[in-house]
Design a protein around this ligand. Sequence first.
Ligand code: SF4
Ligand code: FES
Length: 263
Amino acid sequence: MPQPGTLNLTLNVWRQKNAGSPGRFVTYAARGISTEMSFLEMLDVVNEELILKGEEPIAFDHDCREGICGMCGVVVNGIPHGPRKGTTACQLHMRSFKDGDTLTLEPWRAGPFPVLKDLIVDRSAFDRIIAAGGFISAPAGSAPDGNAIPVPKADAELAMDAAACIGCGACVAACPNASAMLFVAAKASHLGLLPQGQAERKRRALRMDEQMDREGFGTCTNHGECEASCPKEIRLEFIARLNRDYLRASLTRRPEAASGGTG
Ligand code: SF4
Ligand code: FES
């Protein structure tokens, strides 16, 4: 029996040496895990034991451990970021599990996110989508006065909801089509809802959508698994908003040079 407030767990962890090697599940015992620990702290404890035994620690991504940076990401028993809704793996606590549980840990499974090592995947496809259009081109100069550009409160709040996306990629891992629509919709919407984002709104929708296709992400077929797995609870309504922008932009598309670059 474990001490009160601690858990003994069995972990089935995906181990893969590098992108070119085949992977396999390896079973580890995680003993005496405090229920106050975060999920990543639990992995730290397991890794310390592996290092003491002279074995290779489990590689996993993390940075802020505060649910902000989007670096962490592990599929726990088939659910990206684990069983707690609206929670990143780094904010998930071991009190969400029971003594004796068996946990299967896998990396994000999606073609455009190749496994680099163990639980770490390459999410640079997201960076390339942002580089394709997820920005505004503002003339540089002195900082404008605060509130110089009025923004309706409802738009500001909706834009903030979309801006909560941390780019973790759980939506892709959860989608049976490995679609990145929720991520792209969040990024396009938080700019497209604000006055500063209007000039490039159409071009942004076209470019980000087309880059998503080039990266090999699948099509959205409205399963809703992305929304269910998103640790920031980004809503499907942003996908509808992106689709409307994309349709409008496609119908009025002109060569970028002729249209002054605004799509
Ligand atoms: S939409 Fe949600 S799940 Fe997808 S990248 Fe953004 S925060 Fe992560
Ligand atoms: S480590 Fe930054 S969001 Fe989890």
